[in-house]
Design a protein around this ligand. Sequence first.
Ligand code: IVH
Length: 669
Amino acid sequence: MPVKKDPAARAEELRSLLHYHNYRYHILNRPEISDAEYDRLFNELRELEATHPELIAPDSPTQRVGGAVAEGFASVQHRVPMLSLDNAYTADEIREFEARLQRALPGETFTYVCEPKVDGLGVALLYEKGRLGRGATRGDGRLGEDITQNLKTVRTIPLRLRGPLADLDVLEVRGEVFMGHEAFEDLNRTLEAEGEEPFANPRNAAAGSVRQKDSGITAKRPLDIFVYAVSDARPNPFATHWDAMQALGEAGFKINPRSRRCADIQAVITTCAELERDRANLGYDADGVVIKVDSLDQQRPLGATTHHPRWAVAYKFPAQQATTVVRKIEINVGRTGALTPTALLDPVEIAGATISRATLHNADEIERLDVREGDTVIVERAGDVIPHILRVVTEKRPPEANSFAFPTTCPVCGASAFRPEGEVVSRCANSTCPARLKEGLLHYGSRRAMDIEHLGEAVVEQLVDRGLVQTFADLYGLSVAQLAELDRLAEKSATNLHTAIQASKGRGLAPLLFALGIRYVGENVARILATEFGSMENLSHATEEQLAAVHGIGPRIAASVALFFQQPENRRLIAALREAGVKMEEATSAGPRPLLGKIFVLTGGLTQMTRDEAKAAIQRLGGRVTSSVSKKTDYVIIGKDPGSKVEEVRRLGVTTLDETEFLALVQKS
Ligand code: IVH
C-alpha cells in the first residue's frame, strides 16, 4: 500500500513514472521494472483517478486504454499540407533527382538522409508545450480526421515529451502508423479465434484499427509508429533533417533505426540497394526508400509543387510479383466450420522465395477476381505475409475454364454449408464434422489453450479417423496402449503424450474456456469470463444480461456464450470433461468459497484496499462483482463519494456494506 500523500501530487508522480517506464520499454527496449511492477503503478493511478476524477489529465497513461466511442471524426485542416512524394524506380532516376537539385540550387553540394518508406498510414501529431493535443490522419493531404483518442492508445506515441522539445510552444510531427508482421499475424489469429474476419494485410489492419469508432478496440490493436518529419516547430531549433530526427528520438518518439545519413548520391544508391535486399527482414512492410535533402536551409528554397516536395523522392522497390497458373482451388474447413479457399499454384519464385499457394479469403474474393482453375494470374507477396492474387490475365484464360462454383456442401463431411446473412464466410453446418473436430482438437491442445505437447496434426488425424476421439473429453480416456498403436508413435512418445494430456486437466478455467472454441471467445475474453465468474458452474448459469453487464463483454459475445451453454451437446461435453477430472475453476479459487453465487457491486472509493484488490477478494471467496445494481445484486459496498448508484440501491432495497463491514465480511470468510 503506498504511503498516503496529496492525491494530486501522487497522481502527477505516477504519471511521470509511467511515462518514463513506457519510454524505457517501448522506445529504448530496455525496461527497468517488471511488467507486474508497471501494472501496479498503472493500477494505482487508475484507482486514484476513479476516486478523484478531477485528476484525470489528458496526457495520463490511463488514457492509452481507450474506451471513448466516437460518433464520427471531426475534420482537421492541416496547417502544412501533407504532400505525397515523387517516385524513382532506378539508380539513374535517383541521379536525375540530384541533377534537378543542382539545377535549382546551382553550385551547391547535397547530403541526404535515406529512410525506409513504411507502408502504413500517414498521421500528424500536434504537441503544445510538450503535451499531445491532437492527432490527425493524412486524409486528402489538406483535410484529415481528428483521431486523437485512437492515437493516444499507440504505446510508441509519446503523450508527453522529454527534454528540451517539451518546452516548444508548438511542435507538429509526422509519421507512419503501421502494424509489424508478427503483430499482424498475432492479431489475425486472435480475430479468427474470436470468429471475426482476419485482415488481408498489415496496411489494412493498421488502417482499420486507427479509424475505429471505439478507441477501446484500437487500444487492443498492436499499432506502432515511426516518425519521419517535423512539419512545424515554434521556435524552430533544427538545422538539418537528421538532427531533427535525433532530437525527436530523444524526446521520446520512435525513429527508424534503419535510417542513414549519406554524404553523396552514390551512398544513397548503395543504401537503397541494402534496404531492398533486407526488405523481407525489416519486420514490417516497406515499399521503398524515402531520400531527403538533409539541410533544412536547402529544403526551404527548393520548396514544393502542389503534389510533392522538390527536396525528396521515393525510390520504389520493384514489385514482388510474378505470373503463374492456378492449378486448383482448394477448400479447407477450419475449426469454426469456415470454408476457406486457397489457390494451388505452379511454383514460382518471388524475391528468393518459392510460392505455391495464395490465399483467396472467401467466396466474394473469388467472385471479385473471377479467378478460375487453369487461369494465369499475377501473384504478389507483401513482406512475410502469405501471397495473394492481384488479378487474372484473362487473355490467357483457357477456353474450358469455368467460373468457380463455391461449394454449398462441406467438402469434408458433405453436410450443407451455409452463409449467414451479411457475412462473407460460408460454414459447415455440422458441429461434429471431422474437419472441424480435427481443427478444434489442434486448437484445444495448442499452447495458449490446454497446452498439450505432442498433440500434433498427424496424431489428431489418426485419433479422429480411427474413431478414437469424437469429443475433446475422449482425449482423457485414451490409454498409453491405445496411443502407442498410432502410426509413427513409439512407446516413449505415447507415454509423453499421455502425460501431457493428463497434465492439461489442471490448466484452469481461462485456458479451458479459450480451448473450447466458443465463438467470439478469444484468450482475452476467456480470461475476463474466468475472473468474473470464477467457475464453469457460475458461468454456465449466467444469463445473457449478466454476461453483457461485464466490462469487456459486448452483446455479441454475451449472446454467443449463453447460446453455447444452452446447447445440449455442449452441456454433455462439459459434464464429460468434469467427469474426466478437468479443472473447471479459476486458478486462484482454491480455498473455501463462502460467497459462492453472491453478486456484489462496488461504488465509491475504498481507503484500505484498491478496487481491484476488493474485487479479487470477492472472487477468491466465490462471489462476483458486476458494474450495475439490479434486483439480483446481493450486496453493494459503499465507499467514499459513492455517486448516483446509492439512490438506485435504496430504491431496490439491496443490502449495503460500508468499507469496515466489508473488511469484516472478508476477514470472517
Ligand atoms: S516524407 C513532404 N518519409 O509516404 C514529405 N514519408 O508517398 C512527405 N511515408 O504520405 C513524406 N515513410 O505517409 C516520408 N520516411 C518517410 C515515409 C513517408 C512512409 C509515407 C507518408 C507519405 C507517403 C508519401
